[in-house]
Design a protein around this ligand. Structure first.
Ligand SMILES: [Zn+2]
Length: 115
């Protein structure tokens, strides 16, 4: 499953960062685009499972979904693509190109305060 592979790779990065910081990670935020969208529940479970027995066990993972943007071919407006209203926000044209999708990113990791 897609989420399992993603969870494992994120976990590895967090563990490395935790070692560098010499602290236990408590939470992290990842962001992803629409084409490689992640199912929050599946991801949460995959991450929890992968984190078992590591320094990341019990930490929280938040997933931010970045909307897909499109550029209108008629008026050159860039707008957030809405699947329920797939048209330019300015001129309502349905001729547009998609901008590149947001990549999957590990945005922030928070560590436990060192005593
Ligand atoms: Zn337009």
């Amino acid at each position: 499953m897609h989420e399992t592979a993603v969870a494992e790779s994120i976990l590895r990065t967090i563990i490395v960062e935790g070692d560098k910081a010499g602290a236990k990670p408590v939470s992290a935020i990842i962001s992803c685009g629409q084409f490689n969208a992640i199912n929050d529940e599946v991801m949460g479970f995959a991450f929890e499972t992968a984190a078992m027995g590591t320094t990341c066990e019990g930490m929280t993972l938040d997933i931010k979904h970045i909307p897909l943007r499109a550029r209108c071919k008629k008026c050159d407006t860039t707008f957030e693509f809405d699947v329920y209203k797939p048209a330019c926000s300015q001129c309502e044209s349905t001729e547009f190109d998609f901008e590149s999708d947001a990549p999957l990113l590990l945005e922030t990791i928070e560590f436990e305060e060192n005593e």
